[in-house]
Design a protein around this ligand. Structure first.
Ligand code: MN
Length: 206
């Protein structure tokens, strides 16, 4: 997919989001692939699930957030590739910009194919999985651990996938809500509280 669409949607003078790097200066993880899950309060609160492949982050917007319960099938809308540097991005995207709001890192770590292959082989297997619409992988995150799958929905809009936890030692069988796995004092939650207070103050004045 490349980063053309990423670049087209953004004005890097106005947003602090990372710029695409010039060809030849693209960064990538040294020996193991990275993943990140960002929690993003834009017009709606959602989660962005990103997997590194060949120097970019393959990206899905997950409205309800990931789940550790294998019974949950979380809708994941595939969006434009993001640059590798985006894995460290958090902060405010100012009003008027694409995705305006606030981003925080909800989980991150390394990931691999199910066999924990060497990076180059893992990338090949993962890209083949992506192509076939059935991508299986293992996450080594702080919150998200073990086997997961992203399965493309057929007979549906082109970009709809389901994010599903495999039943392994890291699966939970009680109800799982990623919001409950988010600290109450996370940057977004603080920002939301501050905004709510400002609104109340403004209302009182009028
Ligand atoms: Mn987003």
């Amino acid at each position: 997919m490349g980063l053309q669409l990423y670049n087209k949607k953004r004005n890097f003078v106005a947003t602090p989001e990372p710029k695409d790097r010039p060809k030849g200066k693209v960064k990538a993880s040294a020996s193991q692939l990275s993943f990140v899950v960002q929690r993003h309060k834009a017009s709606r609160l959602h989660y962005d699930f990103r997997l590194e492949m060949e120097g970019v982050l393959k990206s899905w917007a997950v409205p309800k957030g990931p789940s550790l319960n294998p019974k949950d099938k979380r809708l994941a809308m595939m969006v434009e590739d993001h640059p590798y540097d985006y894995k460290d991005f958090k902060g405010i995207i100012p009003e008027g910009n694409y995705g305006a709001g606030i981003v925080e890192i909800w989980d991150h770590g390394m990931y691999s194919d199910l066999a924990n292959s060497q990076k180059r082989k893992a990338e090949k297997l993962l890209l083949a999985g992506l192509e076939s619409g059935n991508l299986k992988f293992r996450l080594f995150g702080t919150k998200l651990k073990g086997e997961f799958a992203l399965v493309k929905l057929k007979n549906n809009e082109d970009n709809s996938w389901l994010l599903i936890k495999h039943n392994d030692g890291y699966a939970v069988h009680d109800e799982y809500n990623s919001e409950d796995d988010t600290p109450q004092n996370s940057p977004i939650n603080k920002w939301l509280m501050a905004n709510a207070k400002n609104k109340t103050v403004k209302k009182k004045k009028s």
